[in-house]
Design a protein around this ligand. Structure first.
Ligand code: NAP
Length: 269
């Protein structure tokens, strides 16, 4: 919304908590209450809307179950383009819920663009990973020495805005969004160390240790097994490829991890 607010377009934000969204984003966007788990909330969100940026239900094995009624609501409302936030590697994973959402969109007849980002850099500046870096100065993950081409979520937002503004030239296309380099977690820890001026260590852990850590943090068994499967792919190198799509769409290099770490230093202090 921040990216779009500088352009002369009318924007509506759809969120479960409009008051909170207004406090955080603080733009002049018109906010409406919307919840993918309450299909009846779609009509108000879509009324008069011609282009949609769609986030599927995050972290859910059944994202496609909740996406289906929303895609049907977009079709009924006459939406002319949907930009869908998917994930890197979906075509190789037919059972992945986000691939199922992609297929639902493709068969709906609504012109679409799939954005397929790698891991966001912001996974380190939010949630439990951020807390572990801040409190224990440690990143413990089952990633071995795998390299990942993390993307800055700010670049994902900038790409989404570009595509929405110029939708006809991106019709029925898919973009893989990565940063400009693939780095391992030792390099992640080193970049955060430089940003905050305190030593941060990377500790590679095995699946059983990961299970125990996540269980004591309150994660469900289903969520834990999904995360472990994801990190198995990471260790196989699935998140290492670097794509030029983000740089081409933004007409500038995508942000490096070093830049992200410098900009987010206060999150870990
Ligand atoms: N994080 C990553 O590294 C990464 C990488 C590649 C792809 N992705 C994909 O990108 C998507 C977003 O991931 P994320 O990590 O950004 O997720 P997130 O931070 O957990 O949530 C993103 C947004 O989803 C909205 N949301 C959650 N439940 C909703 C519901 N029931 N109805 C409507 N909106 C709901 C929330 O908006 P409100 O709170 O405003 O309602 C929230 O701000 C997911 O599909 C994920 O698989 C993530």
């Amino acid at each position: 919304l921040g990216e779009l607010s500088v352009h002369d377009v009318a924007v509506r934000g759809a969120t479960r908590d409009p008051r909170r969204a207004m406090d955080i984003v603080g733009t002049a966007a018109h906010w409406v209450e919307f919840d993918l788990e309450r299909p009846e909330s779609s009509a108000g969100a879509l009324d008069g809307i011609d282009r949609v940026f769609m986030i599927s239900l995050p972290g859910d094995d059944d994202a496609d179950k909740f996406a289906g009624p929303f895609i049907e609501a977009m079709r009924s409302a006459g939406v002319q383009h949907v930009v869908h936030l998917s994930a890197m590697g979906t075509p190789e994973r037919p059972d992945f819920s986000l691939r199922k959402v992609e297929l639902l969109i493709e068969t709906s007849g609504i012109p679409f663009t799939h954005l397929r980002p790698n891991f966001f850099m912001q996974v380190h500046s939010t949630g439990s990973l951020c807390q572990a870096i801040r409190d224990a100065r440690r990143i413990a993950l089952p990633a071995a020495d795998a390299r990942l081409s993390f993307i800055d979520a700010r670049d994902v937002a900038a790409v989404a805005a570009r595509v929405l503004l110029d939708a006809p030239s991106h019709q029925n296309r898919s973009y893989t969004l990565t940063g400009p380099e693939a780095i391992d977690y030792h390099e992640v820890a080193a970049a955060i160390t430089r940003a905050i001026g305190h030593d941060v260590q990377y500790l590679p852990i095995d699946d059983d240790t990961t299970r125990n850590v996540l269980r004591s943090a309150g994660f469900t068994d289903r969520h834990i097994e999904r995360l472990l499967a994801m990190y198995r792919l990471v260790r196989m190198g699935a998140c290492e490829p670097v794509s030029a799509d983000a740089a081409q769409l933004l007409s500038r290099p995508a942000n490096r991890f070093e830049q992200f770490a410098a900009d987010h230093a206060r999150c870990w202090q």
